[in-house]
Write a protein that binds this ligand. Structure first.
Ligand code: MG
Ligand code: MG
Length: 256
């Protein structure tokens, strides 16, 4: 059973969402060729703990770090490492916090230095598909309306939509119902109601949508080793238009 959050609960989730958003921005400031994803992971963990929160991914089903760091052909769930980022790479940074009994969860794919034009388009289209999905997160609509909006936008560029992983409800637990696939049919799936809190997170590939799981049991790679992008925000379903509980403003707007 998925139940609506109270306004008090939504307020606590907004605190988590803002902390995750600020953490992603702190990480983003440090991203450059030569920096390792382990270094970035340490920046994030310190920032989260300095704000009295816990990095919720650390130890989650045995995950070894505060951040998922997914470089280039890794779609999601990459481990941070001591391998330096290189000019032209992209890195998906996925961050979770646990604070005052609730969770925050968001992700952003950053360019490392200058990236090629096709990859720029991949990042732009993936982020746009997230916002197209978010627009549909209104009371009375269905999960499939979100899914269809994400899929149709991403596929209009000829990009692939990963099907093996999906968005999710969020609250006291990091992953709650309902699942929010990035592909689907309008008018299908669970009904959305006011106070439902969702993570919408398109995972989009430059080439084929086929993926495989690495031997470590975590990292999801594209089979053709082309780049993949991943953007995630948390929203609360409202009547008329959804309310964002996390934001990319701290990353994209220096004055935020
Ligand atoms: Mg996430
Ligand atoms: Mg998530």
């Amino acid at each position: 059973m998925v139940s609506p959050k109270t306004e008090e609960e939504v307020a606590l989730m907004l605190e988590n969402g803002m902390l995750v958003s600020r953490t992603l921005a702190e990480v983003g400031k440090c991203i450059a060729p030569g920096v390792t994803t382990n270094e970035l992971n340490r920046v994030a963990e310190a920032f989260i703990r300095d704000h009295g929160a816990v990095p919720s991914f650390l130890g989650y089903n045995g995950f070894p770090a505060a951040l998922c760091m997914s470089v280039n052909d890794v779609v999601v769930h990459g481990f941070p490492s001591d391998k330096p980022l290189e000019e032209g790479d992209i890195v998906s940074v996925d961050c979770g916090t646990f604070y005052k009994g609730f969770n925050g969860d968001s992700a952003y794919t950053f360019p490392v230095g200058e990236i090629d034009e096709e990859t720029k388009l991949l990042l732009k289209a993936t982020k746009e598909s997230l916002y197209k999905g978010i627009e549909k997160a209104v009371a009375g609509a269905r999960v499939g309306d979100i899914s269809h909006a994400v899929q149709s936008h991403a596929e209009s560029f000829g990009f692939g939509v990963v099907r093996e992983l999906e968005g999710h409800g969020i609250g006291r637990k990091l992953h709650e119902g309902p699942g929010v696939p990035n592909y689907g049919r309008q008018g299908h799936g669970p009904r959305l109601f006011e106070g439902m809190t969702l993570c919408i997170e398109p995972m989009i590939t430059a080439g084929s949508r086929q993926v495989y799981l690495a031997r470590n049991g975590w990292a999801v790679h594209t089979c053709d080793h082309k780049n993949a992008a991943h953007f995630e925000l948390t929203v609360v379903v409202r009547k008329g238009q959804p309310q964002l509980l996390s934001t990319f403003d701290f990353i994209e707007n220096q004055n935020a």
